[in-house]
Write a protein that binds this ligand. Structure first.
Ligand code: M1P
Length: 253
């Protein structure tokens, strides 16, 4: 029974957007009070997000997450932080090599340059440690523009179509694609999805149960692989309220 496990036997891993916060917004005081006051004393806790560390700080109330969470895994766990210290990092440049990367980036820039959208802003590719984030509207859009693109994309499938073109064009390159948020998609080598963080956990720890909470659990979503992984017990949520409800049930709070 989950509720009977000791803190060091039970690991709870959380996605950020749609799970701890609403998409690209900040965590609420109410959620923090519940989480730090009731959940954290009962289980080892970790975050595994698609975003980089800076975006996690923005959404989760700053650098305190490095102290509050036992594990912080930005970029799907391609960066590994344990007890506030960075202990490992994956490098997409070393993995793919500069010539392949440039071929890919040039193709993406060409594709985006020909794409007509209602509006476009700046920063179309964000280059991270272990992945690239590609954003057709541009990451510098405002919140209203972000919401507008999300609705437009629902209707016109801009991201899905682009992913399908990239899959076809780069079928022989070790890359995979996943949609984790509202306006962009992430690109990384196969297997560098959120299950990557489990490699670190398995190597250094042995938990009796590992639970994962996430919203993008369908195929193509960035929670899909870890949600379905046999090493985790997956919980699908749509909002932080769902997360609170399930935690209350399984921990008998
Ligand atoms: O954490 C989920 C996703 O959050 C952002 O997505 P978007 O800006 O499209 O809403 C990005 O940081 C993305 O990499 C990440 O997977």
């Amino acid at each position: 029974m989950t509720s009977e496990l000791k803190r060091e036997e039970l690991l709870l891993l959380f996605d950020v957007d749609g799970t701890l916060t609403m998409p690209r917004t900040s965590v609420t005081q109410e959620f923090e009070d519940f989480f730090y006051g009731k959940v954290k004393p009962r289980a080892t806790v970790g975050i595994v997000g698609g975003s980089d560390l800076e975006k996690m700080f923005e959404q989760l109330n700053g650098k305190k997450i490095l102290k509050e969470f036992d594990f912080v895994f930005p970029e799907n766990g391609l960066v590994q932080i344990e007890k506030g210290e960075e202990v490992g990092k994956q490098d997409i440049i070393g993995h793919l090599g500069e010539p392949t990367l440039q071929k890919f980036l040039n193709f993406v820039l060409r594709y985006l340059s020909e794409l007509e959208l209602p509006i476009k802003r700046g920063t179309f590719i964000e280059f991270r440690n272990g992945m690239m984030n590609i954003c057709p509207i541009g990451r510098q859009c405002s919140r209203a523009e972000r919401n507008m693109f999300a609705a437009y994309d629902d209707e016109h499938q801009i991201r899905k179509k682009m992913i399908s073109v990239l899959k076809n064009e780069f079928h022989d390159v070790d890359l995979t694609y996943s949609i984790g948020g509202q306006i962009s998609f992430d690109v990384f080598p196969k297997g560098w999805d959120k299950t990557y963080c489990l490699r670190h956990i398995e190597k250094y720890h042995s938990f009796k149960e590992i639970h994962f909470f996430g919203d993008k659990t369908e195929a193509g979503g960035n929670d899909h692989e870890i949600f379905n992984d046999p090493r985790t017990i997956g919980h699908k949520v749509a909002t932080p309220d769902d997360t609170v409800r399930i935690l209350t049930e399984i921990l008998k709070l």
